[in-house]
Design a protein around this ligand. Sequence first.
Ligand SMILES: *Cc1c(COP(=O)(O)O)cnc(C)c1O
Length: 389
Amino acid sequence: MSISGDDDAARRAGAILSIDLGAIAANWRGLRDAGRATGRQVDCAAVLKADAYGTGAAVVGARLAAEGCRHFFVAHIDEGIALRRVLPEPPIYVLNGLLPGTEPDFVEHRLIPVLNHLAQLNTWRAAAQRFSRTLDAVVHFDTGLHRLGFSAEDAQVLINERGRLRGLRLALIMSHLVASEDTSNPVNGEQLSRFRTFVRAMPGAPTSLANSSGIFLGPDFHFDLLRPGAALYGINPLPGQPNPMLGVVTLHAHILQTRRIDAFQTVGYGGAWRSARPSRIATIALGYADGYFRNLVNRTHMHLAGHTVPVIGRISMDLVTIDVTDVPEADCQAGAMVEVLGPHLTPDDLADHARTNAYEIMTALGRRYHRAYVDGYAGGPADDAGEAA
Ligand SMILES: *Cc1c(COP(=O)(O)O)cnc(C)c1O
């Protein structure tokens, strides 16, 4: 399956990030089906910002399009332009909206800006006039996140003066949830009722509210279009509960060298770790420059030949040291691969160790890792994949 250039790159790479496209596709189908469970025509988009949370937007976008996904979200204009090269047809929405002077870029690449305030709407309407064509637009209403989106005042102006949309086709009305992963948080219901008010005031346009966790808040939150990102990539949308999604990434890194040290020797910068016994230390080919955060020291582990091996000593830019004293010598020679992420330690687990969330772990996944795509999910692509594409 892989071409020889790929094999060369894999041989040279310090670490190999394996991305299971079949699992991403299965996760997408699962979320789409959750939206359809009540028999309504709910569509499921894919959020591909930050290079599809580190998994590769072009490859993932093409795979999900083949699966039947017809709506794609990115954050930046350039992400949209890059995605357009592999997805000639479907709508691509740019969440961060227009930047001054970028209207021609949106028009040229048929990107749809998410309009976050009245001035952006005016700019886009002027562009429609200038280019003498009807342009698609998304209007984002702020229902409480207070980050992006039409304020209540801006929204009232638009509701009172629908003529402000002249020359534009309202492709979607959307909002974004504050704490969707916290199912008992009353802010979810408050945002739902505010969003419904906007929807009632702007009848006719398709509507979208739910990110990954929002989908699990139930059908009231589904509207016309689901907007999952994290859950597609295997991040648990239900913190504290079993993960309903399939794991997507595994990361294996090379052992570069294994050495014996005596008791009471230090390892790494600052001499921050000291052996309590004669030990064997393996040095691994990744570091904080690859998104393996410095604060993981003394808090996490890797997996090798059925053993859990602690990460010890300071994390360097390109290197990490692990204590392999309890692993049979034959299993921890230079050249062996250590499991850094995978079934034994998921991105959610590593995020707990690093006191962050799996979104940050995923989006920080190193650009130096060799990315190897597999399509290993037993279910395979959906039967109607070809037709839907
Ligand atoms: C990132 C983002 C999403 C996807 O959120 P997940 O929690 O990753 O599913 C959806 N909508 C907006 C506006 C976003 O910024």
